[in-house]
Design a protein around this ligand. Sequence first.
Ligand SMILES: *[C@@H]1O[C@H](CO)[C@@H](O)[C@H](O)[C@H]1NC(C)=O
Ligand SMILES: *[C@@H]1O[C@H](CO)[C@@H](O)[C@H](O)[C@H]1NC(C)=O
Ligand SMILES: *[C@@H]1O[C@H](CO)[C@@H](O)[C@H](O)[C@H]1NC(C)=O
Length: 380
Amino acid sequence: MISKIQKFFMIVTCWLGGVFTCLVFFQYTSRSCSFDSIHPYPQQSYKSQINSSATRQQTSPRPEKPTTTAAPQPEKPILLLWIWPENYRFDFGDCKRFYNIDGCQLTDDRNLYDQADAVLIFHKAISWDMSNLPPSPRPPFQKWIWFHVESPTNTPRVAGIENLFNLTLSYRRDADISVRYPLTVSKAPNPEFVMPKKDKLVCWFVSNTAPHTGTGTRMKFYEEFKKYIKVDVFGMMAGNRLNEQDYYPTMASCKFYLSFENSIHRDYITEKLNGPLSVGTVPVVLGPPRQNYEEFAPGDSFIHVNDFPNASVLADYLIRLDKDEEAYRRYFDWRKHVTATPHLIERLQEFIIYICHACEYIGRHREYKAAHDIYKWYFS
Ligand SMILES: *[C@@H]1O[C@H](CO)[C@@H](O)[C@H](O)[C@H]1NC(C)=O
Ligand SMILES: *[C@@H]1O[C@H](CO)[C@@H](O)[C@H](O)[C@H]1NC(C)=O
Ligand SMILES: *[C@@H]1O[C@H](CO)[C@@H](O)[C@H](O)[C@H]1NC(C)=O
């Protein structure tokens, strides 16, 4: 027969077991809840993410957390922005606001260096003697991200940094964190395209004419091209810099826009293409070969300079399209199922998209990674 004391111990043991099970259960559920919020619907476009996540929060509130036995929240990884690129500062909340990215804790507080899961280092700011890099020793769990958005022509080759990094952040498609302005494909047809009113034929916004940045090719082409067709030039080169609020409306008022990259390199296809595509203007591109462009945009959405034997034949073609409404309109057929999204254009916003996408990446990837010989990768 069981004694009273044995009975008492059995009851206590069962009770303790129950509490333990509860604890484990709560820990598990609260973990999976917050983890979910770090991975918001990765397959959807940013706009629909904002809507669907808002709906979700309304319809399925999180379960109440137990107050006394609260399990620690899994911390979001810390991403430390070591140097502000060009000192263009912005509110880190913009990542959530513009891209619905919230997967890391972004900071510029160097006191958090020892805890930072990743450090974002802007290549152009690295001094030639490397003295402004983060201190050694580096915490063993920490990843350094090489953050560079210029083409190889405009890349200072600081010696000694080739093997310091774990991840690359660039416009290049084969970067670890590849940041581009992607066009979005939709299954349902888009609303009918309404062509913006056009009162100019060809426009070009250009400020950088410094030959050492590789602009020689496009300048030479332009000098020839303008002999055969009128080009409305805006920007520092023409001494009439556009205000930010005029950028998209002015672009939209042109039938064609010269999307001329400053230097010619693989994947170096910048916002100069995205701008006209997003407002309903036909880009005339000068950059890498057509095939490379067609990896990012439909082949019938732009005109490639290389498709013509010279500037005069291209000018004739544009003049012909100007008179042939139907042929011109065919350059917008792609819009039935594909959408280009306007990018941020304020000067201080230039690097937001890159920094936010680094944050998103760090929130999702914990695996070990080293990037060896980044120059060999970048320059060859
Ligand atoms: C998001 O939701 C709002 C209101 O519910 C709606 O007006 C808007 O068109 C939606 N946006 C997208 C991108 O679905
Ligand atoms: C441009 O190319 C066309 C066709 O090859 C040729 O007839 C024309 O003379 C060329 N124009 C110039 C300015 O080189
Ligand atoms: C980061 O890269 C460095 C340099 O290759 C390497 O020594 C280090 O182990 C890597 N760390 C992580 C966490 O990936």
